[in-house]
Ligand binder design. Sequence first.
Ligand SMILES: Nc1nc2c(ncn2[C@@H]2O[C@H](COP(=O)(O)OP(=O)(O)O)[C@@H](O)[C@H]2O)c(=O)[nH]1
Ligand SMILES: [Mg+2]
Ligand SMILES: [Zn+2]
Length: 301
Amino acid sequence: MTEWGSHSIDTFGLVEHARQERCAMCDGENRHAAEFCWHCRAPVALAFPTDRKRAAPRLVAVVGPPGVGKTVYLGMLTDILSRQRGSLQILARGAYSVSLQQQSMSALARREFPPSTPSEPDGWNWVHCEVSKSSRKRPQQFVMPDIGGEAYLQEVEHAHSVPSIRAYLSKCTAAMMLVDTAALEDGAQEQDFLAMKTVSYFVELDGRRKKGWPARPMAIVFTKSDQSEACFENVEEFARSHTPGLWRICQERLGRHRFFAASVVGASAPLNILGETVSIPLRIEPRGVEAPFAWLVERLG
Ligand SMILES: Nc1nc2c(ncn2[C@@H]2O[C@H](COP(=O)(O)OP(=O)(O)O)[C@@H](O)[C@H]2O)c(=O)[nH]1
Ligand SMILES: [Mg+2]
Ligand SMILES: [Zn+2]
């Protein structure tokens, strides 16, 4: 190689090295070549479209308290959509996008639920996928992180306490809020209060009538609905009777919301292992998993 040639390649390398990318999660600056954000460990590839002709990915918030079922739900959703050949298909972008699906599905195959998501961002999984619809020519890119429930709760209870989560949520154009049907059937009101706080939090983030959350789609998913046939039979009625506060605030403050019932397993059973009770999945029988995401994709089209 000529001296000139090697010099120009080195210069190109330096320019690439010096290029900064803004993180999709926390807005922190990173080197273009970095794989994960230096500040919050989110994949840097999410910060920009991999193909310059494509639009930037649409960020979707998937939120709910620890144990509501986010990891199992997202793992099952990506598994169903990546296998099917129907009108809605997804293709994972980047190996990290397959991890969530892999972890959830391998655990279920062993008749276990996946372990709980760590509270630190470097243990979170990110789903970055390309969604193709038979009715649409260009695929759309979506990003859905499996945010740790504790960090999310902290930010909702004390706004601005987790800046990376706040930065991410303020860029989302759609949301899936998960609510625990099993806990509601047990009479716990916590789920209702927390869901109401979540709606208020989003509306406070951006309350513009035409562009903010009053106009952005929010799918409210009652998880573990295998625990309540009433929820599957009439989800609107279930929401009205079991989460009256949430029902009211949604009517008043969200223009585009819808309730869904979903479950990943047909049933689960408690098992005592060395004095600790764990839940084991009995039949892998997903119901209603795809519908909330299909509804969001339709609204964002
Ligand atoms: N019966 C039933 N239990 C579920 C279902 N999905 C999740 N669970 C239970 O909820 C627990 C927490 O799920 P996980 O996805 O880790 O919740 P996350 O903390 O929100 O990510 C699991 O360990 C299961 O015990 C479901 O569809 N049906
Ligand atoms: Mg989790
Ligand atoms: Zn970051």
